[in-house]
Design a protein around this ligand. Structure first.
Ligand code: PAF
Length: 286
């Protein structure tokens, strides 16, 4: 596996692959890799001849007071895992390589989709994500890019961006990788203390409870959200949102919506955990 740090080197390598008629998959990450990331890499492996993974802790997607400075940077370990997974190229640029003029003035902002769920409490976050991912797309120019379904809103935004900006890149969604007790794997789970780690699967369990209630005919989504948020708070979570949303627009769902995503974000000690579950309501419901 080659480890490259500059845009020019990556472009040169990809140009060579193109001459050899090889297809390219990109897996953008912020590093501190866990098995969930490696499942994205496996999916990328199935999709293209060459796999590029980027590791870049992107400053523009962190808000004031968020964990940009303390975000774990574990490049050596990450590189060892990726080498083992058979990745061809690891791109680990410095901030100046991705933001060459310092203060960035050019942004990619996906309006409405960015306003709901995590967007409401993290202003500017998705603008930072969409901007850095477009930069990575411009550098690598992959045929496909793989993102996890755990970040449902991020995936929806990047799909929309790719289509609206006419980027010739297929976005592939990989299912959320979970611990044996159901907790969605995340780099930030490492912040959980033992007692919090034991309670963390309750987030997924509450999403499942909501899904079951909807499948059993519950139509008052706002009451359901309130009930389950209250229960999570009683278990020591600080719920940011627990929302039954339209899976396409991400706006709060109404009784007539069929394709739903139940998404939640809650702080448990230091980390803010997110998770989601999709539900298709049959035409007979509601
Ligand atoms: O999901 C992430 O790790 C990040 O948001 C991404 C897509 C790598 C952009 O920085």
């Amino acid at each position: 596996m080659e480890l490259l740090h500059t845009v020019d080197e990556v472009r040169q390598r990809v140009r060579q692959w193109r001459r050899e008629e090889q297809t390219v998959a990109l897996v953008p990450t912020m590093g501190n890799l866990h098995p969930g990331h490696l499942s994205l890499v496996e999916e990328a492996r199935r999709q293209a001849d060459k796999v590029v993974v980027s590791i870049f802790v992107n400053p523009t997607q962190f808000g004031p007071g968020e964990d940009f400075d303390s975000y774990p940077r574990t490049l050596n370990d990450d590189a060892a895992h990726l080498r083992e997974a058979g990745v061809e190229l690891l791109f680990a640029p410095a901030v100046e390589e991705i933001y060459p003029l310092g203060g960035n003035q050019t942004w990619v902002d996906v309006d409405q989709l960015g306003e709901h769920l995590c967007g409401a409490g993290r202003p500017g976050h998705f603008r930072g994500v969409a901007t850095v991912v477009s930069k990575l797309f411009n550098i690598v120019q992959p045929d496909v890019a793989v993102f996890g379904e755990k970040d449902f809103q991020q995936l929806a935004i990047l799909r929309r961006m790719t289509r609206e900006m006419l980027m010739p890149i297929r976005i592939i969604a990989a299912p959320t990788d979970r611990e044996a007790d159901g907790l969605a794997r995340s780099s930030r789970n490492g912040y959980l203390r033992d007692s919090e780690r034991a309670r963390a699967p309750l987030l997924q369990q509450h999403l499942q409870d909501a899904r079951r209630a909807i499948e059993a005919g519950e139509q008052d989504f706002r009451a359901l959200e309130k009930r389950l948020s209250t229960s999570l708070n009683q278990h020591g979570f600080e719920v940011d949102y627990f929302t039954v949303a339209n899976a396409v627009t991400l706006a709060p769902a109404g009784a007539r919506d069929r394709d739903l995503v139940i998404a939640a974000a809650a702080r448990l000690g230091k980390p803010r955990l997110i998770d989601n579950i999709t539900v298709q309501r049959s035409a007979g419901t509601g």
